[in-house]
Design a protein around this ligand. Structure first.
Ligand SMILES: Cc1cc2nc3c(=O)[nH]c(=O)nc-3n(C[C@H](O)[C@H](O)[C@H](O)COP(=O)(O)OP(=O)(O)OC[C@H]3O[C@@H](n4cnc5c(N)ncnc54)[C@H](O)[C@@H]3O)c2cc1C
Length: 546
């Protein structure tokens, strides 16, 4: 079946479901978790529908730091199992399922007067342990080089903006970086579609009643009842709407968007310790298309969950001030070309749902994974800076829980570990509903565009396109045949071409200019560039299919 998503396919498949065709498993939410669940279930031979109220990657998944972590911070906190899980999932993404979307990035901790000799020694121990984990996970040093100490000249070559005075050298460590988080979500959704999953955006799930799911098509304002044997709730910070027994304590993480020239075009991520904190850092991470994301904060975000979270002025101040302590020349507000914030779906306590037949299990299979944080989450509920427990200390594990109403919720975790979350959720839903499903096979299932590194290196297309579309890059270029204008950047300040926008409409399910500018491309992260690109994005929808 085709992996292409389009408005026409959406309308056809929604009509089929609305007319009474039953699916085995319906997934609510198309962030990285829900898209991963859709792929996992479809690859096991189940009939799948996956719905999102907005768009692919509309929620937290698009506001991440775009890193595929090896679990260093979990090692530092003594969570060996979780750290190994991250390293193993990083290996799968980097080497098998999405080598086109994930690359190795050096992270450099400059040894400035801010970094004491004791902290230097501690960091070296942590990096050595992360190296060992990399090796155990099977990732060769050729793919992710070993951590090492470098001299001051090398630090300045990689990070030209770092202050020279008092620089004793640096520690460099390597980790995985996604070209963009939404690219991963789109690739998952399309790979699932290729295995027959119906991927339906602009479909809000309003209620689940036994085997009937009430859906609002927000494009037409029409309501439908869809029949499903099992339902998986993968709605992230909105999970409580469908299962009120799940208790979350969201935390906001903010990033600033800088032009790479403001930092002298860094060739590595800059790691800056947060003063007064033992295990907290701010990162300035170079991105494709001449940008750097500076992040991140960790603030309790209690109260109603907004569709699009907003960074606060205090967070912007904190990030700039922390960065500036390590730079030769301080950056100012004028260097900030954009800012974005996302809400981490952190678990506050174990789901209640004692009547549920599916029970609950943590990421590592231990029922206590989420529950261990339960009392802590409750204690810190006031959200104040001086609270007893900060969101940074809450669990990053995931919870899979089947409620008395038969809805399997999967929440928490990380983008890096989406595949395990999906596997655990499908296992639980299959067991609960007695579905005839094969075993999980996503660890060996390449996503659309994936190919071994040696093949990707020979794809006849610009490297920038290969990093975003992998082996499909020549097909993106081919859309410009007869219209070379489509290969020109659509506006000043971006390298995105008309061909990419057209590809998004014809193959990636983009339905309007917001889908194009804010998710299929990330031009929307810089408001000035977004305004310039708007006309070109509108124009794409007026083009006829050949
Ligand atoms: C600032 C920040 C930085 C992060 N950085 C990293 C990182 O670098 N690496 C990493 O591994 N992890 C990172 N994470 C964690 C990671 O981003 C999240 O764990 C992950 O994206 C959560 O994905 P999700 O699919 O569970 O939720 P979401 O992406 O929020 O998806 C939920 C979806 O459900 C939809 N929805 C909600 N209600 C309904 C409904 N009623 N009907 C239909 N659809 C509905 C929403 O529209 C949304 O698209 C970061 C998180 C934050 C906040």
């Amino acid at each position: 079946m085709s992996t292409s998503l389009s408005g026409a396919r959406r309308a056809r498949e929604l009509a089929e479901l609305a007319s009474g065709r039953e699916v085995d498993l319906l997934v609510v939410g198309l962030g990285v978790t829900g898209a991963g669940v859709a792929l996992d279930a479809a690859a096991r031979g189940l009939r799948v529908a996956a719905l999102d109220a907005h768009d692919l990657g509309f929620g937290t998944s698009r506001w991440s730091s775009k890193l595929v972590h090896g679990g260093l911070r979990y090692l530092a906190a003594g969570h060996l199992g979780l750290a190994y899980e991250c390293a193993a999932e990083r290996h799968i993404l980097l080497r098998r399922t999405a080598p086109h979307l994930v690359s190795a990035l050096p992270f450099v901790l400059p040894l400035t007067p801010l970094v004491s000799p004791a902290r230097t020694a501690l960091s070296r121990v942590g990096f050595a342990a992360a190296d060992a984990l990399r090796a155990v996970a099977g990732t060769p040093a050729a793919a992710l080089p070993r951590a090492r100490r470098i001299g001051a000249a090398e630090v300045l070559r990689l990070l030209p903006a770092v202050r020279r005075a008092g620089l004793r050298g640096g520690l460099v460590q390597w980790d995985g970086q996604l070209v963009d988080d939404v690219r991963l979500v789109v690739a998952l959704a399309r790979t699932a579609a290729g295995r027959g999953a119906r991927i339906l955006t602009r479909c809000r799930v309003e209620a689940v009643d036994g085997g009937t799911v009430a859906v609002l098509d927000t494009l037409t304002a029409s309501r439908h009842a869809i029949r499903a044997r099992a339902v998986v709730n993968a709605t992230g910070v909105w999970a409580q709407h469908l299962d009120p027994t799940v208790r979350l304590r969201p935390s906001r993480g903010t990033h600033l968007v800088l032009r790479a020239e403001a930092l002298g075009h860094p060739a590595a991520a800059l790691v800056v310790p947060v003063p007064g904190e033992r295990n907290r850092f701010v990162f300035a991470v170079p991105q494709p298309d001449g940008l750097v994301y500076l992040g991140l904060t960790d603030e309790a975000a209690d109260g109603p969950v907004p569709d699009v979270p907003e960074p606060t002025t205090a967070e912007i101040r904190f990030l700039l001030e922390t960065l500036n302590a390590t730079l030769g020349a301080a950056l100012t507000d004028a260097d900030v070309v954009g800012a974005f914030a996302g809400l981490r779906p952190l678990l506050a306590s174990r789901a209640g749902g004692s009547g549920g037949s599916g029970g609950s299990a943590g990421a590592d299979g231990s029922a206590g994974a989420a529950g261990a944080d339960g009392s802590a989450g409750a204690a810190g509920a006031d959200g104040s800076a001086g609270r007893a427990v900060r969101t940074a200390d809450l669990s990053r594990r995931h919870l899979v829980h089947t409620s008395a109403a038969g809805i399997t919720t999967v929440v928490g975790g990380k983008l890096t570990t989406y595949r395990r979350m999906a596997r655990d959720a499908v296992d639980a839903a299959v067991a609960h509903a007695g579905l005839p499903a094969a075993a999980c096979r996503t660890a060996w299932l390449p996503l659309v565009g994936a190919a071994p590194a040696s093949v990707l290196a020979r794809v006849p297309a610009p490297a920038r396109l290969v990093a975003r579309y992998g082996a499909e890059a020549p097909a993106v270029l081919a859309l410009a045949q007869g219209d070379p204008e489509l290969l020109v950047p659509i506006a000043d300040g971006t390298e995105v071409t008309g061909a990419e926008l057209l590809w998004a409409v014809r193959h990636e399910g983009a339905l309007d200019v917001d889908d194009l500018l804010d998710r299929r491309t990330r031009i929307g992260l810089r408001p000035v560039d977004r305004a310039r690109a708007l006309a070109a994005a509108r124009d794409v929808f007026t083009r006829q299919e050949p």
